[in-house]
Design a protein around this ligand. Sequence first.
Ligand SMILES: [Zn+2]
Length: 295
Amino acid sequence: MTEQQPWQWDEPTWRGHVERVRAGRSLRPSSWPGGARVAVALSFDSDHETLPLRDGETRPGRLSQGEYGSRAAAPRILRLLEQHRIPASFFVPAVSALLHPGEVRDYAAAGHEVALHGWIHERNLLLDPATERELAFRAADTLERLSGTRPVGLRTPSWDFSDHTLAITRELGLRYDSSLMADDEPYELLADGEPTGVVEIPVEWIRDDAPYLRMDPQTGSRPYTPPRQVAGIWRDEFDAALAEGGLFQLTMHPHVIGHRSRMIALSGLVEHIGAHDGVWYATHAEVAAYVWEHA
Ligand SMILES: [Zn+2]
């Protein structure tokens, strides 16, 4: 049988693709803890060396860029968070955690969340379901051992959410996923139209440092937006979330945001947020637990 082209699909086929994983009821609460007017959930994907490694890129040059993320950037980020007493979520590929166990302990000791981000930042869309599942379980066991806590949330590497990711997420008993983009506010994931009990804390490339700031000499991808302009976009996102009484979620990467000039921009954003009353800083796990109880 030849594969049908999309314009040849009948309605059940295209509808089935869309409904496999879909946004269900909104989990936006009517108020945030302590009467806060906005929830702020900062996250850092501590990919470090796994970005080159997952593509089989093993040369010291690329790996050193990842090493910077752990060696220079992560301590700088932890200092900023401590200074402003902000809890954050760190999504850590298991191989990155094994390379930098002290860093994972530092995250946990400072009260931050350590959550799943694949085994070696694998591309889920290239994997068969059994391999994706095995790597996810191995990663959960590894993070539990290194951080002292069983992870309750997942961010798929590169937000590469496959046809099998939701089933694996449920089998792992995770509270939330943070890889999809159907809303600004948290929602419950549906699988083939059925509620799953899994909370989605949605992400967006707009609220991610990598698209603005990464440089790849091979592909010609270049940063065109200066760091303070990037922080300005995020400031507008925060201001609008505050006005709507919603969630401001941000995804960053130590090896991207943790450079000196960029940390100045991030500090400016944190100070802008801190100048407002009614801000609830929370980890993604805390947001997921709260919205599930209060929506
Ligand atoms: Zn990542």
